[in-house]
Design a protein around this ligand. Structure first.
Ligand code: PLP
Length: 231
């Protein structure tokens, strides 16, 4: 199957679940997770119309996608893997959005690094919602403190929340994880006057995108279902 064919299948899945759950397709961004995939695969996805890409590692993304960053001005590149402080500067210079913000020290570091950008750096705060995962803020209170910190930084924009559901075929815990994130999002928006851009809910991967859309996802991170198995 080609990347374009896979994308068509994913679009069909998204449209189907939107239709049955009363969601609008245009309120959901489809991201192609291109970690460990070759540049050619990213270019095929671009040709097929995909504009948003996610990478897990700063080093891999900056090497592989530097040319694309230069020549494809409409590309939106997000970091979705955990970020070490010593890579914060490179990440803040390269990506449009860091989705894996999971501690205050990282926000302080990014606040400094982002000052060199032409536009503010978008952030999603990652909430820990799955027993089998280690990443993410442990509680909503920690997220609140992180938002307060980021709101004081002129070069940062909080765009919303991200989570990784448990890695299981069992629907219950996956849905519970997405529900927890959607609830956190509502509470966050009641507490803070985040701009309209504060409503991003990044949840859903190849295996659980239908559940994620049903539970309110506005950004799907799809890797294998678009690009095939990773090398
Ligand atoms: C790899 C990865 C994905 C994509 O997973 P697939 O199952 O290949 O769709 C999504 N989100 C994060 C954070 C990832 O690391």
């Amino acid at each position: 199957m080609s990347v374009a064919e896979n994308l068509a299948i994913i679009e069909e899945r998204i449209h189907k679940v939107c239709a049955v759950s009363g969601r609008k397709r245009d309120e959901i961004t489809l991201m192609g997770v291109s970690k460990l995939q070759p540049l050619e695969a990213v270019e095929q996805a671009w040709e097929a119309g995909l504009r948003c890409f996610g990478e897990s590692r700063v080093q891999e993304a900056t090497t592989k996608l530097a040319g694309l960053r230069e020549s494809h001005s409409g590309a939106e590149l997000h970091l979705i893997g955990s970020l070490q402080r010593n890579k914060a500067k490179a990440a803040a210079a390269f990506f449009d959005c860091i989705q894996s913000v999971d501690r205050e020290a990282l926000i302080r570091e990014l606040a400094q690094c982002a000052a060199a950008r032409e536009t503010p750096l978008s952030l999603l705060l990652e909430l820990h919602t799955a027993e089998d995962s280690k990443s993410g803020f442990a509680s909503l209170d920690e997220v609140y403190r992180a938002v307060e910190l980021a709101l004081a930084c002129p070069f940062l924009r909080i765009r919303g929340l991200m989570t990784i559901a448990p890695n299981t075929r069992d629907e219950g815990p996956v849905r519970a994880s997405f529900r927890q994130l959607a609830k956190a999002q509502k509470e966050l928006n009641q507490r803070f006057a985040l701009s309209a851009g504060g409503s991003c809910l990044s949840m859903g991967m190849s295996g659980d995108l239908e559940i994620a859309v049903e539970e309110g996802s506005t950004l799907l991170r799809i890797g294998t279902a678009i690009f095939g198995e990773r090398k």
